[in-house]
Design a protein around this ligand. Sequence first.
Ligand code: PGA
Length: 240
Amino acid sequence: MKKIIAFNFKMNFNYNEVRDYISNIKGKLNNKNIVLCPPTIFLPYFISDEYSLGAQTISEYDNGAHTGETSCSQLKSIGGSYTIIGHSERRQTQEEDDLLINAKVKKALESGLKVILCIGETKEEYDMLRTSKVLKREISNGLKNISTNLLENVIIAYEPIWSIGTGIIPSNDEISKTIDFIIDTTFSTYKFRPIVLYGGSVNEKNIEQLNQIENVSGFLIGGASLDSSKVLKIKEVVEK
Ligand code: PGA
């Protein structure tokens, strides 16, 4: 299977930067397993059949009186096919809890979107050897009461929170063991074997090394997304 590379721009770029960025990537990605997730306001500028488009989060509601939100059908109407859900920044600063994340996952899957569900432990939880416990809870709550046929559109992104934006990454062996744990736990809980991405300080320098981990089915990338030359380098290594 072709690996997925999802680029999360977070709340970066203004309009002029978006225009430059788009002209830099035009004609160079050519891979629908590359998912660009720009800020919602810029999503329409990125419409292209050269790659896939995703949102950084999505509303749990269908439409209507929900100021500031974006619905799954709105995303789909511009050709968006993915959404990230449960990113640690939303869990922490927007106080999204497992219940809300589960409602969003359900809504997105029922709407026909592919979901990148982010899970991961904090540094404190890691130090206290609670990683498995946290991941188990996030998997079990995040995917609760979802029909089995919809689960095949779930991609799990393992992102140790202490690795996001810090330049610190777990060893290949550690990532591999944790991903095995995630696959086994999801299978024993929901009889579904997920595709798992790794995220946390992935860049054009460490991608060669991280790409060797056999059970990693792709990457979720933040900081390095902002430089189109880094994106192209990462793509080149992963596609090799
Ligand atoms: P990073 O972000 O690549 O900047 O560490 C990853 C993420 O937040 O998904």
